[in-house]
Design a protein around this ligand. Structure first.
Ligand code: ADE
Length: 286
């Protein structure tokens, strides 16, 4: 997977891609990252990359010419060095874009080539949006000084999902957001720290009980901190039963959920009684 980042501030990228998992992924050839200075694609003596907005107003606007030239050169270079390249996505980082979330990171991790344009100043000339980019992404409902940090966030979140980047120890599977739930609490040694003990179940060696406790804690944490996640993917009946054991009816109600008890599961398992003779199934009372 290849990332090309177009920026007016290439020095901002000197740290984050040179350590830890991203560095390891680069040196193993699982990802490649190119940093390109948009100013290198200006054509005037002063290397002007921004200009006053037509119609007046505060701030400066990034000029279309250098951005188009930088993207076109980057695409040509990527195709020349990889004739098998079938698709490149050109993404503008902007607070006006689609909100970045884990599902989007998963989708992007299946793409071959991402070109990330870091916007700055008051914005970029609208023709970049209309005629150059294939997508616009925001990393959150707040305004940063530019798209550089959002580009770093996207490279990081996408890279760790590229097959082979994480070892089994670091597996991306059982963690916050991958399953639609926040992660369960984790503990390591010592078993008692400053008088605070690790929950007994984690020391029990009972793998089934540990898995059940973790699921229950993940559900409870999600209910308390991010009930909106439970609205988009409501818990299954077994999960609701687990949650009912530890959450109050009010907490459940606030997230639009009803308590559920183990009897509900037994009831659901029992086969439906046969329809009385002469009544077809879709005539049965609901
Ligand atoms: N540029 C400035 N703020 C941003 C944000 N929240 N997301 C993406 N790009 C940005």
């Amino acid at each position: 997977m290849r990332f090309d980042i177009l920026t007016l501030f290439p020095s901002m990228f000197e740290g984050p891609f040179h350590s830890s998992i991203i560095q390891r992924a680069r040196s193993r050839g699982l990802i490649a990252i190119g940093i390109h200075n948009i100013r290198d694609y200006t054509t005037d003596r002063h290397h002007t990359a921004d200009d006053y907005p037509y119609g007046g107003g505060a701030g400066m606007v990034m000029k279309p010419g250098p951005i188009f030239a930088a993207v076109e050169a980057t695409l040509a270079e990527a195709r020349a060095s990889n004739p098998g390249l079938e698709r490149s996505d050109v993404i503008l980082l902007t607070p006006q874009g689609r909100l970045f979330r884990q599902s989007m990171a998963e989708e992007l991790s299946r793409h071959q080539h991402l070109v990330l344009i870091c916007g700055h100043y008051e914005g970029v000339d609208e023709r970049v949006r209309e005629h150059l980019v294939t997508d616009e992404i925001s990393i959150g409902d707040y305004v940063l000084t530019g798209g550089e940090i959002p580009a770093m966030v996207i490279v990081d979140a996408v890279t760790r999902l590229v097959p082979g980047v994480l070892g089994s120890q670091e597996s991306a599977f059982e963690e916050s957001h991958a399953s639609g739930l926040l992660e369960y609490p984790q503990y390591t040694r010592p078993p008692v720290f400053r008088g605070w003990a690790v929950p007994d179940v984690l020391l029990s060696g009972n793998h089934e009980a540990i898995a059940r406790w973790r699921r229950q804690q993940a559900l409870l944490r999600t209910l308390r901190r991010r009930p909106d996640l439970l609205l988009t993917s409501p818990p299954s009946l077994p999960d609701l039963i687990l949650l009912t054991e530890v959450a109050s009816p009010d907490e459940l109600k606030a997230a639009g959920l009803q308590p559920a008890y183990p009897e509900a599961k037994r009831r659901r398992r029992r086969p439906a009684p046969p329809a009385p003779e002469g009544i077809s199934e879709n005539e049965l009372p609901q």
